[in-house]
Design a protein around this ligand. Sequence first.
Ligand code: 5GP
Ligand code: ZN
Length: 112
Amino acid sequence: MDCIFCEIIRGSIPSQKVFENEAVYAFRDIKPCAPVHILIVPKAHIASADEINADNADAVRDVFLAIPEIAKAAGLTNGYRIVTNIGEDGGQTVKHLHFHLLGGQKFAEKLV
Ligand code: 5GP
Ligand code: ZN
């Protein structure tokens, strides 16, 4: 399967890794949208949050358990945003579930 994030997890495409455990990999976004922009991905290939089910939901748990540690290591003591884009209308460009960790600034726009 042709998945750029699976290749990053495998190490066949280089990345700036900031965190890794048995289930989760996190690395700096190649085109940062904020002073801190980290992508947090489950190692299991899941296409998007729309593909979450009872059998693979542990991947989401594992990602969210890692988030506080990743945010702390990135120096985000005053808050941050977690964003996941889903499908065409959601603006998802890479079809491997990932969570954008954005921080290091106060976000002016409020989508929700
Ligand atoms: P999406 O648009 O699917 O929510 O987010 C995909 C993100 O992956 C984008 O922010 C994009 O900059 C990032 N990205 C795409 N290809 C690469 C890559 O090869 N390396 C890294 N580090 N980030 C990538
Ligand atoms: Zn993948």
